[in-house]
Ligand binder design. Structure first.
Ligand SMILES: NC(=O)c1ccc[n+]([C@@H]2O[C@H](COP(=O)([O-])OP(=O)(O)OC[C@H]3O[C@@H](n4cnc5c(N)ncnc54)[C@H](OP(=O)(O)O)[C@@H]3O)[C@@H](O)[C@H]2O)c1
Length: 226
């Protein structure tokens, strides 16, 4: 039986291309999945909660909902995010705010809010984890995506330091940095238009690589792992 069997896992961004597949694959591995998203029309299921990660209390409200429904929380996956394209000279302030609020500040607050529950999971014999999806741009910041790259590098740096702190509490923190993946993310950017990327990774393959890393107790998922 998988390590994930019976684990309660909160998936933020479960209405998105990667989050939706990750949630399904986690369930197939035996996890109890709590889905979170921003838009009611794209998020479905009985155990699904709406929160905007740009709001300061967004992440904490999701942790509270998961705990109220299940009494414990053993994993958090942050698959929420937004992208923007275009030169720095044309970078709009609202776009800049939304990139950092959604890709960095919101996830950081969510992870902070989940820490007590994840610590309790470890104390109770669980193998709790946090997993973020920063992306290859955190390793190789990309021209035409400077602010997106910076917001993801901020998240990756937070995870790197957090992994060392959380280890003492028995919590694993893993940052996954896949390259371009064939979801609809780049089709609805906050600004600009996507360059013509070469064919990307299959979302199912990215998700299954992540689930395997969770089961196999891997500590990091650099771009080279995908
Ligand atoms: N696709 C790629 O090439 C790629 C590569 C590396 C890393 N990543 C990262 O992987 C993650 C998932 O990407 P994806 O390709 O699955 O994108 P996607 O299909 O566009 O999904 C994005 C998800 O983020 C949610 N979201 C956006 N803004 C939010 C907010 N303010 N509060 C709460 N949720 C919010 C969306 O919710 P709604 O549906 O309600 O809007 C949706 O569930 C992102 O962080 C992305 O940067 C993607």
């Amino acid at each position: 039986m998988s390590e994930l069997a019976g684990a309660v896992v909160l998936v933020a961004g479960a209405s998105g291309g990667l989050g939706r597949i990750l949630a399904a694959q986690l369930e197939a591995a035996g996890a109890v999945v709590v889905r979170a998203g921003r838009s009611a029309d794209r998020l479905q299921g009985p155990d699904a909660y709406l929160a905007d990660l740009r709001e300061r209390t967004g992440g904490a409200s999701l942790v509270a909902a998961a705990l109220q429904a299940h009494g414990h929380l053993d994993g958090v996956i942050v698959a929420a995010g937004v992208v923007a394209f275009g030169p720095v000279a044309e970078l709009d302030d609202d776009v800049l705010d939304e990139l950092f609020e959604t890709n960095a500040l919101g996830p950081i607050r969510l992870i902070r809010a989940a820490h007590p529950a994840l610590k309790a999971s470890a104390a109770g014999g669980g193998k709790p984890f946090v997993l973020t999806l920063s992306g290859v741009v955190a390793e190789s910041p990309t021209a035409g995506m400077a602010a997106y790259s910076a917001s993801k590098a901020a998240l990756a740096a937070f995870l790197s330091a957090t992994s060392r702190e959380f280890r003492r509490d028995g919590i694993r923190a893993v940052d996954a940095r896949p390259g371009h993946t064939e979801t609809h993310l780049s089709e609805h950017p906050l600004a600009g238009a996507a360059p013509s990327f070469p064919p990307g990774l299959a979302p199912e393959a990215v998700a299954s690589r992540i689930v395997r890393a969770l089961v196999d107790d891997e500590k990091d998922l650099p771009s080279s792992a995908f």
